[in-house]
Write a protein that binds this ligand. Structure first.
Ligand SMILES: NCC[C@H](CC(=O)O)[C@@H](CN)CCC(=O)O
Ligand SMILES: [Zn+2]
Length: 329
């Protein structure tokens, strides 16, 4: 037939096939989530999140040493207060100078100078009600109080030495508030502001909430995380956060939201786009592999390469430790 119908030759060799990808997965694209307990010697497997643990500050360095040696470049910290009586309506413990996140930021900065430390910023792990902000009497989020509090926590993490703060709260205007406070503190030039700009409500965060003890005590997050059908709303949230000063835009979840990642890349064409393969997506892949649907390593690569194909060059992945081995070989 007509030679123009012949495409097979262009991908007839493994190297030619790899050349078809616009972006190749490398170790430096990967961010590894860590759950930091306030029980210093704890190291507990998280049943619903395969291969992941909640660790106290005394267990973090020995765990990270081999990973850093293998090329781990970045971690994102989630504080998990396990001690009783810590949580309150304001999430006061979030920026406790002796709390797990601030202590771990300081420790990791000192122990692993090359490691890029990202602090997730939210209140849901620290509030008695489990919501990502401060509540009004009617149970909704008080936007001003929530934004004031979230931005204060972000500054505390930055002052403690976090290279990057990543507010996952989804309160309106928190990016602008954090950027302004970073400028006021004179540290805006040394802190990356990564916005969870398009973060959707839905059913894919269950294992994380088990791990972090951050299940809302009532209601849900549908009034502040985006509705899964809201593609235009996500585009508006991305545009807003870019305008408010975000340095990196993150989309979350990832594999169920590849169109949003490509929208984010189109809108934020001049900036890096991150995506978070969340706990439910990760656990689902493990369940599929366990059920014999596919090989775990194969689906880890195929799902992550799909996230890159959509336009992300930064991936928050619970597969990171294995990728450090798989990308080596
Ligand atoms: N701050 C919200 C945490 C949020 C899940 C939730 O809505 O509870 C994510 C963490 N940023 C969950 C991440 C995950 O499921 O892996
Ligand atoms: Zn939250």
């Amino acid at each position: 037939g007509d030679i123009s119908s012949q495409l097979h030759g262009g991908y007839s060799h493994p190297l030619a096939r790899s050349w078809q990808a616009e972006r190749q997965l490398t170790k430096s694209m990967l961010i590894y989530p860590l759950f930091i307990s306030d029980e210093d010697d704890e190291e507990i497997l998280i049943p619903s999140l395969p291969d992941q643990h909640r660790r106290g500050i005394n267990k973090i360095v020995p765990f990270l040493e081999p990973l850093v040696r293998k090329g781990l470049r970045s971690v994102i910290l989630f504080g998990v207060p396990m001690k009783s009586g810590v949580k309150d309506a304001l999430g006061t413990a979030a920026d406790d100078p002796k709390g797990p996140v601030i202590a771990t930021i300081r420790l990791l900065r000192q122990r692993f100078p090359q490691l890029f430390i990202i602090a997730d910023v939210c209140l849901c792990e620290y509030t008695s009600h489990g919501h990502c902000g401060i509540l009004r009497d009617d149970g909704g989020l008080n936007n001003q109080l929530s934004v004031d509090r979230v931005s204060d926590v972000a500054i505390a993490y930055a002052q403690a030495g976090a290279h990057c703060v990543a507010p996952s709260d989804m309160n309106d205007g928190r990016i602008r508030a954090i950027k302004l406070k970073l400028i006021e503190e004179g540290i805006a030039d040394r802190v990356v502001l990564m916005s969870y700009a398009a973060k959707f409500s839905g059913c894919l965060y269950g294992p994380f909430r088990d791990a972090a003890g951050s299940v809302p005590s009532f209601g849900d997050r549908k009034c502040y995380q985006l509705p899964p059908g809201g593609r235009g709303l996500a585009r508006r949230a991305i545009e807003r956060d870019i305008g408010e000063g975000a340095d990196i835009i993150m989309v979350k979840p990832a594999n169920q939201y590849l169109d949003i990642i490509s929208d984010a890349k189109e809108i934020g064409k001049n900036m890096p786009i991150a995506a978070y393969q969340v706990s439910g997506e990760f656990a689902m892949l493990h369940a599929g592999a366990k059920a014999g649907v596919f090989d775990l390593k194969a689906i880890a690569f195929e799902s992550t390469e799909g996230i890159l194909r959509a336009g992300a060059t930064i991936v928050v992945s619970y597969f990171t430790p294995q990728f450090l081995d798989w990308l080596e070989s």
